[in-house]
Design a protein around this ligand. Structure first.
Ligand code: DOR
Ligand code: ZN
Length: 354
């Protein structure tokens, strides 16, 4: 149980169920930020080239822990939960191998062309991936879904709601026992679908989708650091996400989708999608829960519902948040360039004690 008063909150140590860590110098620059606040994180496989095999996932896991040590972090106190990138050619054998490795915890579906490094993604889920989906269902490993249709004729703000009808519902009819995490939901339709659907389904929710609506992208000019995919939606959707995350329902849990891109690639004629939130993730979530008077629901969302859905033990450590003003840095080092965190320069009312 969390202990709580108005100015301090101590919760079971949280996990991040959706994280981009990259590789090489970028990995070294960001991994310690996540390890400071979280005990475990589900690591996205959208590297170049993507992590499609167990062997690649295990090698990447080794690089993550080595980078954490090099960055001065404690590799014994952080567990990367690896994932595979689903392609049209992923075999059932590869899924079973991944599961047996004990280090791969999920498989990620990127519809081809939906987002950063998704070119190798799936072109026809039920047509091309039935064997892999069957294998996942059999071994009880979750399928993590980037839920946007890629049809260029569909408005970018409608791609998630249409995905629910065109892909999510047929997928779950065909594989009713498959564990599915609808990643980074951004709409009322997504939240209501997950809340009401039958069977093993859950969703992650990012801090940016709880704190901002699409106006933030255009506040006084184009604001590339608020651009991510799925894109921020209108206020009615933000309110539905806040309601879902703070409802206490075990189907909703924390996944930052922290996605670092060098400053110059965000502030660009064709800027990359992704918000960097690993630095101050729990401060952002605490702000969002506090804004609706539901700090008492933060622990379930951040620390209980995720492991319960994945069938993993809850963490035994703790994390304390204090009501103290915290100014988000304007930028942080990122290899030989820099990285701009979400809401850079702004002041939050909560600080994680790390
Ligand atoms: O905004 C995003 N950034 N959305 C994604 O789906 C991918 C991510 C990235 O890897 O940069
Ligand atoms: Zn992501």
């Amino acid at each position: 149980m969390s202990t709580q008063n108005t100015n301090q909150l101590t919760i079971t140590r949280p996990d991040d169920w959706h994280l981009h860590l990259r590789d090489g110098a970028a990995l070294e620059a960001v991994v310690a930020d996540t390890a400071r606040q979280f005990a475990r994180a589900i690591i996205m496989p959208n590297l170049k080239p993507p992590v499609t095999t167990t062997e690649q996932a295990l090698a990447y896991r080794g690089r993550i822990l080595a980078a954490l040590t090099k960055a001065g972090g404690n590799a014994d106190a952080f567990t990367p939960l690896m994932t595979l990138y689903l392609t049209d050619n992923t075999s059932a054998e590869e899924i079973f191998r991944a599961h047996e490795s004990g280090q791969v915890y999920a498989v990620k579906l990127y519809p081809a062309g939906a987002t950063t490094n998704s070119d190798a993604g799936v072109t026809d889920l039920l047509g091309k991936c039935a064997k892999a989906l069957e294998a996942l269902e059999k071994c009880g490993m979750p399928l993590l879904v980037h839920g946007e249709v890629t049809d260029p004729s569909i408005d970018v703000f409608d791609r998630e709601a249409i995905f629910v009808e065109r892909v999510m519902k047929p997928l779950r009819r065909a594989f009713p026992a498959l564990k599915v995490v609808f990643e980074h939901i951004t709409t009322k339709e997504g939240a209501e679908y997950v809340r009401d659907a039958e069977g093993p389904i859950a969703a992650t929710i990012t801090p940016q989708h709880m704190l901002y609506n699409r106006n933030a992208i255009f506040q006084g000019g184009v604001r590339p650091h608020w651009y991510c995919l799925p894109i921020l939606k209108r206020e009615t959707h933000r309110l539905a996400l806040v309601e879902a995350a703070t409802s206490g329902s075990p189907r909703f849990f924390l996944g930052t989708d922290s996605a670092p891109h060098a400053r110059g690639l965000k502030e660009h004629a064709c800027g990359c999608a992704g918000c960097y939130t690993a630095l101050h993730a729990m401060e952002l979530y605490a702000t969002a829960f506090d804004a609706v008077g539901r700090l008492d629901k933060l622990e379930g969302f951040a620390s209980h519902h995720g492991p319960d859905f994945y069938g993993l033990p809850r963490n035994t450590g703790k994390l304390t948040l204090v009501r103290e003003s915290y100014q988000i840095p304007e930028e942080v080092p990122f290899g030989n360039t820099s990285l701009v965190p979400l809401a850079a320069g702004e002041t939050l009312a909560w600080r994680a004690v790390v």
